[in-house]
Design a protein around this ligand. Structure first.
Ligand SMILES: [Zn+2]
Ligand SMILES: [Zn+2]
Length: 299
């Protein structure tokens, strides 16, 4: 259980309230801030703060996909070392955003290689340069253009790139034997997404990328999402269809308003996208989504 939800639930627990303040604090600090869930075989996920991390434990070494932030990466590393005594072989990044690469630095001197799409590395270097934070990063030393493959333990790992979507460097990382794919921030499950135009994002192509994901993987595939409402970060093709529907409805809404002669300012006043089912805007991303859709449809 995450500490935040523990504190929230603790408010309802008569047992905890009966504890002396000193013991209550001790009880709270014994609860780890992170959560680890095993999915299939030796593949699991770690969630604490930032984009979901996926890991694979094998007798030939450990593979980690994404790294959240430095504190979170250290929690993960400490926990995995207790589960498996083999070295960290690969760290793979789904894309460059800080909530997925911020913890890379914790793997410095620990992991053999860091892997990512070539545009992921270019974006990562650009942003680190802008922030003058190069010394706090661990950049990819292996990059790829279309696909990349690696065999380790009982797994065959294959990374795919299907074109620009959330950024122009979103990779999908498939653990073929377990049939689990980390789809990164191509999925904001049941929530309005971040769309990084500065890094070459495209809503129109995002729909096509999600089509390719559904063609490439099957009905037994477990999809791991970068983010999800209510911690729903694991799912199936049905969830991908929901995300596609959100983007299609957003584009349709903006397109209809443009055709009705509305100005950009008027379109930016829209407060929600209709017909998107459970997709919510808890983090207030509607304006950036409308602006990105407007830009795409008018240029
Ligand atoms: Zn993210
Ligand atoms: Zn992202």
């Amino acid at each position: 259980m995450q500490r935040r939800s523990f504190i929230r639930n603790a408010g309802l627990s008569a047992g905890l309230l009966a504890l002396a303040p000193k013991d209550l604090i001790a009880a709270l600090f014994q609860v780890p801030a992170y959560k680890i869930t095993m999915l299939r075989n030796n593949v699991g996920i770690f969630t604490e703060k930032g984009g979901t991390i996926l890991f694979y434990l094998s007798d030939e070494g450990i593979v980690v996909v994404d790294s959240e932030f430095p504190d979170q990466a250290n929690h993960l590393i400490d926990d995995l070392k207790k589960r498996n005594s083999n070295p960290f072989k690969l760290l793979i990044n789904t894309h460059h955003h800080g909530d997925h690469t911020g913890g890379n630095i914790a793997f410095k001197g620990l992991v053999e290689h860091v892997v990512g799409h070539e545009n992921c590395l270019a974006n990562y270097k650009r942003v680190a340069g802008e922030q003058k934070s190069e010394d706090k990063q661990l950049f990819q030393d292996i990059t790829f253009k279309d696909t990349w493959k690696h065999k380790i333990g009982k797994e065959k790992i294959k990374a795919y790139y299907f074109g620009p979507a959330h950024t122009n460097g979103d990779a999908l990382i498939h653990f073929q034997n377990s049939n689990i794919v980390h789809i990164g921030d191509l999925m904001f499950n049941r929530m309005y997404p971040v769309v990084d135009k500065k890094a070459g994002a495209s809503f129109q192509n995002w729909v096509k990328v999600l089509d390719k994901a559904q063609e490439t993987f099957d009905d037994q595939t477990i999809f791991v999402f970068g983010h999800g409402s209510n911690n729903a970060v694991v799912g199936s093709k049905d969830d991908l269809k929901g995300m596609q529907n959100y983007i299609n409805q957003l584009l349709k809404l903006v397109d209809e308003n443009i055709k009705a002669g509305k100005t950009k300012d008027e379109i930016m006043q829209i407060t929600s996208v209709p017909n998107v089912g459970e997709w919510k805007d808890e983090l207030k991303r509607i304006k950036s989504n409308l602006e990105a859709a407007y830009e795409e449809l008018t240029t």
